[in-house]
Design a protein around this ligand. Structure first.
Ligand code: ADP
Ligand code: MG
Length: 420
């Protein structure tokens, strides 16, 4: 893929944008891009540098993403709306052509990695609540203030806010050291190389010793060991990223949106969609955080396709789809007969969400029921009946006082009394 029209090959120390940004190490990649940790010599901060493939269609997609990220940044002066911040963008000319680059604030691992790190066991309820509060804050901002639909919400596209200073903590659990703060440009790095290497080695030693207790927002690689992993102390603040598929509610271009497992029923049935498709994906994501499993993982089977299986799974969990909705889409006839029954999957096995959480995931009954009520209220087949992000923020489940909170309040009261 590192050829004409493809990825731009980056080496550690490579300068970008006239030397302002210095590449440090690879953070990740997507279909269209590679993402690098880079040092911003102007602000002395670490940033994420997203370097798009050079071919025309990728450049187009990058311009699209920049449009949406810029709109999100413009309306969020305090950077408090739980959406990744676009800091800068520029063109970079390399041997494979011209690459559009986005400079984003540096964030931590995705919720998918967090779930993996936790060995797919699911997170504690109050952790999930903290995460949900961030996602909903982001969605409320995108929907109500900007009129934007994200269209690809899922654990992979929500990143924890990094509390790591990459300069002070050069070793990720993956054990890839990153470079010392560079001297302003790539050439400046050369003369200090020996010193840097020595420092790095010393730091790496110290960091290895600390790894077992290192659980900031870099959760590291999944390992095969079976020991319990505690997420205590990880700050669960996070932000919505990846605006490559975002659209304006009043200017849509794609009919098929969203990643399969997080796709709303109206998208499958092609009945038209709006902001509430993000709410559907949010409901699926919340479930996955609690259980470690995807809520809907459709597969094609003998005589039926993935779409029909998906609709069947939805109905097994949420009850029969109201007939009007089932038969109301441009694709309805492919899956439903005129009574609103699936054409090829006839016998559904109903299992309510609260029973699923209690019987399969062994959640305590009250906890399961409260959470199931929250998620079920979001996973409404009728898009207009789904609560908005703002309404979700006001839902009782979002505002449950946990034991920890109660302890904290007690502790604070004690403090006050002592001081008083
Ligand atoms: P694509 O649109 O190609 O899927 P993404 O924007 O999802 O690209 O980024 C790809 C990967 O790069 C992410 O999954 C994540 O691992 C990493 N990444 C993206 N943005 C950031 C960021 N701001 N901070 C840290 N890592 C990031
Ligand atoms: Mg992505």
């Amino acid at each position: 893929a590192y050829r004409k029209g493809g990825y731009h090959a980056v080496r550690i120390g490579d300068p970008f944008s006239g030397g302002r940004y210095i590449a440090q190490r690879k953070l990740g990649w997507g279909q269209f891009s590679t993402v690098w940790l880079a040092y911003d010599t102007l602000t002395s901060n670490y940033v994420a540098l997203k370097i798009q493939k050079s071919a025309q269609q990728f450049a187009q997609a990058a311009l699209h993403e920049i449009e949406f990220l810029s709109a999100a940044a413009d309306g969020d002066v305090d950077n408090s709306k739980c959406v990744v911040r676009l800091i800068d963008h520029f063109k970079h000319i390399g041997p494979n052509g011209q690459h559009l680059c986005m400079v984003l604030e540096f964030l931590g691992d995705s919720l998918l990695r967090l779930i993996r790190y936790n060995r797919y066991k699911g997170l504690k309820m109050n952790k999930v609540r903290e995460i949900c509060r961030c996602i909903l804050t982001g969605l409320d901002y995108l929907h109500c203030e900007l009129g934007m639909i994200h269209s690809d919400l899922k654990p992979e596209n929500i990143l924890l806010c990094s509390t790591i200073d990459p300069a002070k903590d050069p070793v990720r659990s993956g054990l890839t050291p990153i470079l010392e703060k560079p001297e302003g440009n790539a050439n400046g790095g050369g003369s200090t190389m020996n010193l840097i290497e020595k420092k790095l080695k010393r730091r790496a030693k110290r960091a290895v010793a600390k790894i077992s207790e290192r659980r900031v927002s870099m959760v590291g690689e999944e390992t095969s060991s079976k020991t319990e992993r505690s997420l205590d102390g990880i700050d669960m603040r996070c932000k919505v990223v990846d605006f490559g598929n975002a659209c304006w509610a009043d200017k849509q271009f794609a009919e098929e949106i969203q990643t399969r497992q997080y796709r709303a029923p109206e998208v499958i049935l092609k009945s038209g969609y709006s902001f509430s498709v993000d709410m559907w994906s949010f409901g699926c994501t919340a479930f996955e955080l609690v259980t470690g499993d995807m809520l809907f993982a459709p597969k094609e089977g003998d005589g039926y396709g993935e779409d029909e299986d998906h609709l069947a799974l939805m109905m097994e969990l949420l009850g029969k789809m109201p007939r009007k909705i089932a038969i109301g889409g441009a694709r309805s006839k492919d899956y439903f007969d005129r009574h609103g029954d699936l054409k090829r999957i006839r016998r559904l096995k109903y299992w309510s969400l609260d029973r699923l959480l209690i019987d399969k995931y062994k959640l305590p009954e009250t906890e399961a029921k409260e959470f199931a009520e929250f998620v079920t209220s979001i996973l409404e087949f009728a898009p207009e009946k789904r609560p908005t992000a703002q309404q979700c923020l006001e839902h009782p489940w979002m505002n449950v006082k946990t034991e920890n909170d109660a302890d904290n309040v007690d502790a604070q009261m004690n403090n006050l009394q002592i001081k008083g």
